[in-house]
Design a protein around this ligand. Structure first.
Ligand SMILES: Nc1ncnc2c1ncn2[C@@H]1O[C@H](COP(=O)(O)OP(=O)(O)OP(=O)(O)O)[C@@H](O)[C@H]1O
Length: 603
């Protein structure tokens, strides 16, 4: 079954969400841990207030040094210096505890966020996955969420510390010399305006960085998936050029964002140094006029450094926050993707399935204006085997997509046991079908887990009976760990045919009342196909089955063969009837028959 094919959506690139909305939604995650947050605030206040005492003590120590011989009051100097050490040690311990707490908080938030995104992904319609590159989705789940975490654990602690240090230092400076504080009235607004201007400019750059990285990941994921084909066609250079382009775009966006934001720090640093020069100048003048002690000037200088340090740091934090906001935005955008419509409140259960299926006047297209099925009609009576035949791209798999409600019809109705499938609970409808597809999907786990994941509490005997019927038992027990063999990365360690036989055994074990076989034996050799034919026939017995097969020899015994052409049923009947009619099916059958003959001559 095809699941891809649609254009890769660019929905993660839509215009930005308002910062307040992003913060509000991040707060919903944070508030679950409000006690940790409160403790963090308390630790931050305590730690930074203690650190604020240092410069004051240092000022007292300086004032204990009097000009002239014997003018140093060592007792006082040691007293103040000792207390400084004590305050700084306690403050450092509190800062360490705070950082550890916030790292923990960040991890918890990220855990929740990642879980929400994953659960949301599971609820998204197939349409979403058909139109988004897997790498792009992975990029949101890993890189973007990690960026949010880094910001939550580092920036949050710095922001808290900065606010307290700035306010505390300002207060201390006001107690020392209000006129000197006036210098900041000129320099601080310059810093703030400059930082604000840069932060407005930098956010779109960070957004672009996330987008480009997502594209690069999408491309890499696609290329690693298709590596065999690339090597077989010797197109490494061609795709390397594509990678080069995406890589260059990602690096360029990264450079643009980082270089723009990194210029902010030095600029703000310069403004702060100007204020330090002014403080030194005016401080000296005040000292000479006798209105301030030398120790106070020294304390003031230290506080001014403490005061402007975080403001300088603020610009860095702001750029990191912008990066985190851009990442959070992409995460939220993914969370905003509309989920598969939930079942209506009065949705009907599907318990005793008879297997009456009818597609009545069904029209459908994946994209507006590009119809795939047009006024399509098909009826399957209970227990019948319906084969759907048609040229490549005719819409055979699309019928399966509609039957399973991976997509909904544009018009017309699909009935199961006389009930519109849109009125049936989705889960019940899907459980009513066992599917064996051309593209088999096995997950990392043991063979047994892969066989039984559709149905719990299966006995060993049932599992072995199914694998024997699917002619895969002998292969499984030939493996050193038998049924406990771990299949890695979707079963990449076993052949495609073996994978398909495993999924046939899985479908047998699921024992659903209806069957979908979409090129189910396409990867199996003709000999094995013949051998498992009996098992397939017994599997289909009494079950309404939809079989898609290009090899017409496998569907000759179907009760109904529906030939699909140009979106509608071109011919319908049994094999004999269609051969007699001498239409498209007869032509197709003859062509396959001739080819088989040619090959047997060749042999
Ligand atoms: N997710 C999708 N988005 C957009 N178009 C799609 C999508 N899946 C399939 N199509 C298009 O719909 C048409 C029918 O596709 P479908 O997979 O149903 O054909 P098919 O008869 O099963 O082909 P095949 O025999 O090659 O498996 C094709 O033109 C295909 O390109």
């Amino acid at each position: 079954m095809k699941t891809g094919g649609g254009p890769v959506s660019t929905s993660f690139e839509r215009p930005s969400i308002k910062v307040t909305v992003i913060l509000g939604r991040l707060w919903k995650y944070l508030k679950k841990f409000k006690w940790m947050l409160l403790l963090a605030v308390a630790l931050s206040i305590a730690g930074n207030l203690l650190a604020l005492v240092g410069p004051k003590l240092s000022g007292h120590a300086v004032d204990a040094i009097h000009p002239g011989p014997g003018g140093v009051d060592f007792q006082s100097v040691f007293f103040y210096a000792g207390w400084m050490v004590v305050f700084y040690i306690v403050s450092a311990v509190l800062s360490y505890l705070l950082a550890a707490l916030l790292v923990n908080l960040g991890s918890r938030v990220v855990y929740e966020m990642r879980r929400d995104v994953y659960e949301h992904l599971m609820r998204l319609p197939v349409r979403f996955f058909d139109s988004h590159a897997a790498g792009e989705i992975l990029s949101v789940l890993s890189y973007d969420i990690d960026t949010v975490q880094a910001s939550l654990s580092n920036d949050l602690v710095q922001m808290l510390a900065s606010v307290i240090t700035v306010l505390g230092s300002l207060w201390m400076m006001l107690t020392i010399s209000p006129p000197l504080v006036l210098i900041f009235a000129v320099t601080i607004p310059c810093s703030i305006l400059f930082t604000r201007y840069r932060s407005i400019k930098v956010r779109p750059l960070y957004r672009q960085r996330s987008i480009n990285l997502g594209k690069l990941n999408g491309y890499t994921e696609e290329m690693t998936g298709g590596l065999r084909t690339i090597k077989a066609y010797h197109r490494q250079e061609y795709f390397a050029a594509g990678f080069e382009k995406k890589n260059a775009e990602a690096c360029e966006a990264n450079y643009q964002a980082d270089s723009f934001s990194s210029a902010t720090g030095p600029s703000v640093g310069f403004i702060n140094n100007v204020s330090l020069a002014l403080i030194s100048l005016f401080g000296a003048l005040l000292y000479m006029s006798g209105s301030i002690s030398l120790g106070s000037v020294s304390s003031f200088v230290l506080y001014s450094r403490k005061f402007s340090g975080p403001i300088n740091e603020f610009s860095n934090i702001i750029s990191e926050l912008q990066s985190a906001l851009a990442a959070a935005e992409r995460v939220l955008r993914l969370l905003d993707e509309p989920e598969e419509e939930s079942d209506p409140a009065d949705a009907l259960p599907l318990t005793e399935v008879q297997g009456n299926v009818e597609l009545r006047d069904v029209s459908f297209g994946y994209q507006p204006g590009v119809p795939v099925l047009q006024h399509y009609n098909l009826t399957a009576k209970p227990g019948q085997v319906v084969a759907i035949v048609g040229p490549t791209g005719a819409g055979k798999t699309t019928i399966i997509n509609l039957l399973m409600r991976f997509y909904d019809v544009d018009s017309g109705v699909i009935f199961v046991d006389g009930c519109d499938i849109r009125r049936i609970r989705r889960g019940d409808l899907r459980r009513a079908f066992s599917m064996v597809l051309q593209d088999t999907w096995l997950f990392t786990g043991t063979i047994r887990e892969n066989l039984t994941y559709g149905k719990e509490n299966l006995s060993e005997g049932e599992v072995i009976a199914a694998t024997k019927a699917a002619k895969i038992h002998d292969f499984i027990i030939s493996l050193p760990a038998g049924y406990d063999t771990i299949l890695k990365e979707g079963g990449s360690s076993i052949s495609k045919g073996q994978k398909q036989l495993l999924t046939i055994a899985r479908a047998m074990l699921l024992d659903a009342p209806m069957l979908i076989l979409d090129e189910a034996t396409s990867n199996v050799d003709t000999q094995t196909e013949r051998v498992i034919q009996a098992a397939m026939l017994s599997l289909m017995k009494g079950r309404t089955s939809f079989v898609i097969a290009h090899r017409l020899s496998t569907i000759q015994n179907a009760d109904v063969i529906a030939v699909l052409r140009n979106g509608c049923v071109a011919e319908c009947g049994t094999h004999e009837e269609l051969i007699q009619a001498g239409g498209y099916y007869a032509e197709l059958y003859q062509a396959q028959f001739d080819t088989a003959e040619q090959y047997s001559d060749f042999e």
